[in-house]
Write a new protein. Structure first.
Length: 278
């Protein structure tokens, strides 16, 4: 039975037209018979803080935050989770009694997606390509999933070193070894899973690692979704398992939905709906 009380949520970013979040959240709402209004809102970066306060005063339950505002959103929160505090960013805002609460669900999204695809992180050797915001945003949950080692491969080693220094204590406390290598020297041999957190496909259509380095024994995961990147195509040509980031998007959306509505959606239902063109 449909609950007729309209609940308002939204995703904000710049640009935002490409976002699949409204379709995903509508799937979740339909599953539980909720009457929601989930919008895409493009915000001029100069007016971000003011606009968030306006939306809070318009009785939105919460907002998903995407590029380029995750650090800005973190800065304006009254309280944040331990995950957000370590990543220094949020992708989920919740408005309660005039206060703004921040969380980040990107890491939950990728871990849940890999688990659904039967890709085991625990005791694995994995590599993350890139040391920017996308990679940093998933570190907490990937470390918590218990791999033996995580290698950060980045174009500039100093940036990867900074990221390792940030996460090293937490990783050691969880029995995870962190390593650093420059991207040009990276070789996939010996890795169970390679996660692409770079934006190379969006910038020039390239792969962050050379085509000839791909091998069939490794699993490849690209955080990008909606396009078969050169990274994924190389994995496909080697007969390897490879995945895009749509499942991660659905997983992080489900975690946000759960924070706002106290319900846990079925990820498979949303994935099937998107496959048929919702």
């Amino acid at each position: 039975m449909m609950n007729n009380q309209i609940k308002k949520d939204a995703v904000v970013g710049h640009p935002i037209n490409h976002s699949k979040s409204p379709a995903i959240h509508q799937c979740f709402a339909d599953e539980f018979g909720l009457n929601i209004m989930y919008e895409k809102i493009d915000i001029n970066p100069e007016h971000f803080v003011d606009k968030i306060h306006v939306l809070r005063n318009q009785n939105y339950l919460g907002l998903n935050i995407t590029l380029p505002f995750k650090a800005d959103a973190f800065a304006m929160c009254d309280e944040v989770t331990a995950t957000s505090r370590m990543t220094g960013s949020v992708n989920t805002l919740t408005f309660i009694d005039g206060k703004i609460y921040g969380d980040t669900t990107d890491g939950i999204g990728i871990v849940r997606d890999l688990d659904a695809k039967k890709i085991v992180i625990k005791d694995s050797h994995l590599a993350i390509l890139g040391a920017g915001g996308a990679s940093n945003g998933v570190m907490f949950d990937i470390i918590n999933a218990g791999p033996k080692s995580i290698t950060l491969a980045n174009r500039t080693k100093t940036k990867a070193d900074d990221m390792v220094n940030k996460w090293d204590s937490f990783a050691k406390g969880n029995g995870v070894e962190l390593r650093v290598i420059e991207l040009h020297a990276f070789d996939v041999r010996g890795y169970d899973l390679v996660i692409n957190g770079t934006s190379s496909a969006l910038i020039d259509g390239s792969s962050p690692i050379a085509d000839h380095l791909f091998q069939s024994e490794t699993v490849y995961y690209d955080m990008t979704y909606g396009v078969e990147t050169r990274f994924m195509l190389n994995a496909k040509n080697k007969g390897a398992q490879y995945f895009d980031g749509l499942g991660m998007l659905i997983g992080q959306a489900a975690a946000s939905f759960s924070i706002w509505h106290k319900l846990q959606p079925n990820l498979h239902l949303a994935a099937k709906a998107l496959e048929v063109g919702l």
